[in-house]
Design a protein around this ligand. Structure first.
Ligand code: ATP
Ligand code: MG
Length: 660
């Protein structure tokens, strides 16, 4: 199922791996012979305000980028010096293709840099985390208090005999204990594996088994749109098939409390009660694994991506600082769940490394009403707001009256991640927040650890484009042989040099790691298709696996979906290719309508006419289904492969990550 041209120099490696792993390789990017057609003509440019530019950490991107690329090791070494290390490195990078070691010989600890560095300074009593529960409950942690909690938890881990290299699975709702547990593991060199608390027992079990976790940390219940979701029974069911699990620690939130069976099951509060609030951070080799995170599984079976203390710390630290132009008095709100990489890098590690004040809010954007997030922004004076295209489209569906009710004037910088943001959704987000807050469309992956392609607030923006590579990153669009493509030709998004926050391997599956660096020669293949415009701006066009081939043209999903979303009646759209006798494939679209619109023959025709006008004949969907919802991962990404399999009556494959 891996279609690699036989002439490919790395064919042998891939085929061996594919034979061994079978269908798990289904998601591997398949280089195609043709280029991707560019259809979308989006010409708007939004200039940064003079004030934003003047105040920014990086006021001149071009100059800073050029300098960073001239000597990437000097650039990354310089960044690393802004953080604390127990012993310095002898070399910034040791690159033994495709294996990288960053900050060779150095010792450090990411938790030390997230906590002690601040708690030992005037920031001791600065607010680190403001947590708001779905029910309005509020908990506030200063850096000093967070450090004490983490130390208690680290000592409790030690008391259970956990030591460096052991794995702990964290299956918690979005509560502060999640952050405490992650940092406590990091503090003593234990590897955490956070599993999103929406996963079912089999999905949780397979992740615990893969990691061979000795301990699971969970809660009795979670809350979702006012409903109480029992979590403990899910863990009970999962651990039955996980012989590695010795203990289960349970955070009890529900007043009724769940019964625990000693000695295997321990109450979180009891667990920490007797522990000292002092615990020195372990000096760890920079390459010590920090966590395993299973990717969201939009395309196939999740992979255990491994990140390490040193390089990951450097990458998340500097991207948070520069991309969001983070300043001392910002209030930073990222809506992700720590169960996803965005939560790891941009709720927990990146912001804490910078000593930021973080708003962490449980719950959905439209519960109890679609004003939920706007209300939080107004109430806490949020200045940086990082969200997803799927959430923006959801809020768009409810209309502009909701954001209008709230004072959003504290906002300064906005962010988007997870999927291409349709220009229409971009415009809406920009307008309802006051038409003067730059939107950082950040492109990256679980595997990349940190943001790689993104604007900075001082960079002119084009709605729908993630703009240009972050400092120190060489990104390009190439054909399957790795040759750069001319402006506006679509091809494969690749990264040409290693970067500090890159994954180091796939847990227990190094062959699967190598595929990323061996699919296209001499670079990291992201598996996304993209084009670079005449100004070097990158436009992500969708996943390589989802590209649709119509009559010799290859069309990325994002452009057709964006054209549909720009129709006044459409809230959301997903397109797939369906076999067609003469054209090879025909486009089929699934569309969610905005409130107040009805399915009708006229509407379907008007959608087709609209795509015709926006993109041309080749992109017009042959079929359009109006649907109430789309299959999504729990992180909010559309799962086109599921739509396609259902449409074709095929097996839908691994859907452990599906939302509904
Ligand atoms: P899996 O790899 O298991 O199928 P996944 O790719 O959805 O799951 P993530 O690592 O969470 O897992 O997502 C990374 C992907 O999300 C990117 O490869 C890209 O397709 C998409 N993406 C993320 N941010 C952006 C963005 N700003 N613009 C366009 N696409 C984005
Ligand atoms: Mg992926």
């Amino acid at each position: 199922r891996v279609a690699v041209p036989s002439s490919h120099p790395h064919n042998a490696v891939q085929n061996t791996a594919a034979r061994r792993s079978g269908p798990r390789f289904v998601e591997v990017m398949r280089p195609m012979s043709d280029k991707i057609d560019t259809l979308l003509k989006e010409g708007r440019v939004i200039q940064p305000s003079a004030r934003t530019k003047a105040a920014a950490h990086i006021p001149d991107y071009d100059q800073a980028y050029k300098a960073s690329i001239a000597d990437p090791e000097a650039f990354w070494g310089g960044v690393a010096k802004e953080l604390d290390w127990f012993t310095p490195w002898t070399r910034v990078l040791e690159w033994n293709y495709p294996w990288a070691k960053w900050f060779v010989g150095a010792t450090c600890n990411i938790a030390y840099n997230c906590l002690d560095r601040h708690a030992n300074s005037w920031r001791r009593n600065k607010v680190a985390i403001i947590w708001v529960g779905e029910n309005g409950e509020e908990r506030i942690f200063t850096y000093g208090e967070l450090l004490r909690q983490v130390n208690r938890c680290a000592n409790a881990l030690k008391a259970l005999g956990l030591k460096q290299g052991d794995r702990v699975t964290i299956y918690l709702p979005k509560i502060p204990e999640q952050v405490v547990a992650m940092l406590a593991c990091a503090r003593i060199g234990v590897i955490h594996s956070v599993v999103y608390s929406g996963f079912s027992a089999p999905a949780l079990a397979s992740r615990i088994q893969d990691a061979e976790a000795r301990l699971v940390i969970t809660a009795d219940v979670g809350y979702d749109r006012g409903k109480t979701i029992p979590l403990k029974p899910v863990v009970d069911a999962a651990v039955q098939s996980c012989p590695s699990v010795e203990k289960v620690v349970v955070v009890r939130r529900d007043a009724l409390g769940v019964a625990l069976t000693a000695p295997k099951e321990i109450d979180w509060t009891d667990w920490l009660k007797e522990q000292s609030a002092v615990c020195a951070a372990e000096p760890l080799d920079a390459e010590t694994p920090l966590y395993i995170l299973y990717t969201s599984g939009t395309t196939g079976k999740p992979k255990g991506v491994v990140h390490v203390h040193g390089g990951y710390m450097v990458g998340t630290y500097i991207t948070t600082k520069y991309v969001f132009d983070l300043k001392e008095d910002d209030v930073y709100f990222c809506v992700a769940d720590p169960g996803w990489v965005t939560g790891h890098s941009y709720i927990v590690y990146g912001p804490l490394l910078n000593g930021a004040t973080i708003l962490m809010a449980e719950g959905k954007p439209d519960y109890p009403n679609p004003g939920r997030w706007w209300d939080l922004i107004a109430r806490y004076g949020v200045s940086i707001f990082y969200t997803t295209p799927t959430a923006v489209r959801l809020l768009m569906k409810y209309g502009e009256d909701w954001p209008k009710k709230y004072d959003l004037s504290t906002l300064r910088v906005l962010g988007s991640v997870g999927e291409p943001i349709n220009p229409e959704a971009w415009e809406w987000f920009y307008r309802v927040t006051g038409s003067d807050k730059p939107i950082m469309d950040t492109w990256w992956q679980t595997e990349t650890g940190a943001i790689l392609v993104t604007p900075l607030p001082s960079v002119p923006l084009k709605p729908g484009s993630a703009t240009r590579p972050f400092l120190g990153i060489e990104a390009d669009v190439v054909d399957k042989e790795g040759h750069s493509l001319p402006s506006n030709a679509g091809g494969f998004a690749v990264i040409k040099k290693p970067w500090p926050a890159m994954m180091r391997t796939i847990y227990k599956d190094p062959d699967r790691y190598k595929v990323y660096w061996n699919t296209i020669p001499n670079c990291y293949t992201a598996g996304d298709v993209c084009r670079k415009d005449q100004d070097g701006y990158m436009w992500f066009m969708g996943r390589a696996d989802d590209v649709i081939k119509v009559a010799g043209n290859r069309i990325g999903t994002a452009e057709v979906e964006s054209a549909l979303v720009s129709h006044e009646a459409v809230a959301e759209a997903a397109v797939i290719g369906k076999p067609h006798r003469t054209a090879g494939e025909a486009i089929k679209a699934f569309v969610i309508l905005k409130q107040g619109y009805q399915d009708s023959k006229e509407l379907i025709q008007s959608l087709k006419d609209h795509v015709l006008k926006e993109l041309g004949k080749i992109a017009v969907p042959q079929e359009i289904d109006i649907v109430p919802s789309l299959p999504k991962t729990r992180s909010g990404k559309i799962m086109r492969r599921v739509l396609k399999a259902k449409e074709l009556g095929q097996d839908v494959g691994d859907i452990s990550t599906i939302e509904d």
